[in-house]
Write a protein that binds this ligand. Structure first.
Ligand SMILES: Cc1cc2nc3c(=O)[nH]c(=O)nc-3n(C[C@H](O)[C@H](O)[C@H](O)COP(=O)(O)OP(=O)(O)OC[C@H]3O[C@@H](n4cnc5c(N)ncnc54)[C@H](O)[C@@H]3O)c2cc1C
Ligand code: FES
Length: 256
């Protein structure tokens, strides 16, 4: 992990309140993996805000270019969305444990919602490059929130919207229950807590592995403040998502 200045190369609105930012990556820094996070220090004219965490949504090894997909939620992301290409971002990363590829021959089933979209787009393209045939099921409220995303040809993509205005009517879990994947599935989920838990339950029912990326609100991001803890079923009892995650085996997480 390293703190570095990155040049913003592109910042595009890809859906209602959703943006994709691409920026430069230092040559001497290790290649980030899907599920890993970074933080951006966003300043306004009066004071610097706390660092804001985001998951990587892409990485281009040849161009040394990384990307994030983010939702405009509050003051920090509003300031970030107003940045212009050529401006410098203060980046700290990559950090955390990312997703682990499934065992050979399994079918990765990726379940994404809201701000969980970025890391699973990265994971889908990454696993496709490793020879897997991933299915990604992305859930949005309605058509206006459905972003334009880049996938390689090997990735099967299904969109769901709550109101049926685009793709399947319903949520990703409803889709997967209507269309159960064949063969050995390995589940991956990122997004709202309810979606993570529902994916965990589906994986348990089918005796499939499941990894989830937790998105707890973070302050220090270095394991000091205990603001991002999550209860577990293993000997650790409590983990800090910023240093021990954000990706966990769903069976280790204590779901409330
Ligand atoms: C590990 C991790 C990975 C993340 N990855 C992404 C990503 O890839 N793309 C993305 O868009 N966002 C991601 N987030 C969430 C992102 O960090 C927050 O949306 C951002 O920090 C909000 O900053 P803000 O100043 O705009 O909002 P604030 O003014 O700080 O808050 C605005 C509103 O958003 C809520 N909020 C803030 N942070 C979170 C959070 N973590 N979870 C739920 N609600 C929150 C606040 O409670 C408040 O209601 C991630 C968060 C974590 C912890
Ligand atoms: S954010 Fe402070 S311990 Fe994780």
């Amino acid at each position: 992990m390293k703190q570095f200045p990155a040049t913003l190369l592109r910042l595009e609105k890809i859906a209602l309140d959703y943006y994709e930012a691409r920026f430069t990556w230092p040559r001497d820094l290790r290649v980030p993996l899907p599920g890993q996070i970074l933080s951006l220090r966003i300043e306004d004219s009066t004071a610097p805000l706390l660092r804001r965490p985001f998951a990587l949504s892409s990485f281009d090894k040849e161009k040394l270019e990384a990307g994030i997909i983010f939702q405009k939620r509050g003051h920090g992301t509003e300031l970030l969305a107003a940045h212009k290409p050529g401006e410098i971002l203060d980046v700290l990363g990559p950090r955390g444990f990312g997703f682990t590829p499934p065992k050979p021959g399994s079918r990765p089933i990726l379940v994404a919602g809201g701000v969980g979209t970025g890391p699973l787009v990265f994971l889908a393209n990454y696993l496709a490059a490793k020879g897997f045939k991933p299915l990604i099921v992305l859930g949005f409220r309605n058509h206006s929130f459905v972003p334009e995303l880049e996938f390689t040809a090997e990735v099967e993509v299904v969109y769901t919207t709550d109101d049926g205005s685009f793709g399947y009517r319903g949520n990703p879990l409803m889709y997967l229950r209507d269309n159960p994947p064949l063969g050995d599935a390995a589940y991956y989920a990122c997004g709202p807590h309810v979606l993570l838990e529902a994916t965990h339950v589906l994986a348990l029912e089918t005796n499939s592995p499941c990894q989830v990326s937790l998105e707890e609100v973070m302050a220090c991001m270095v394991g000091a403040c205990m603001g991002c803890t999550c209860e577990t079923n293993d000997h650790r009892k409590i983990v800090r998502v910023c240093t021990e995650g954000p990706v966990f085996d769903s069976r280790v997480v204590k779901w409330n």
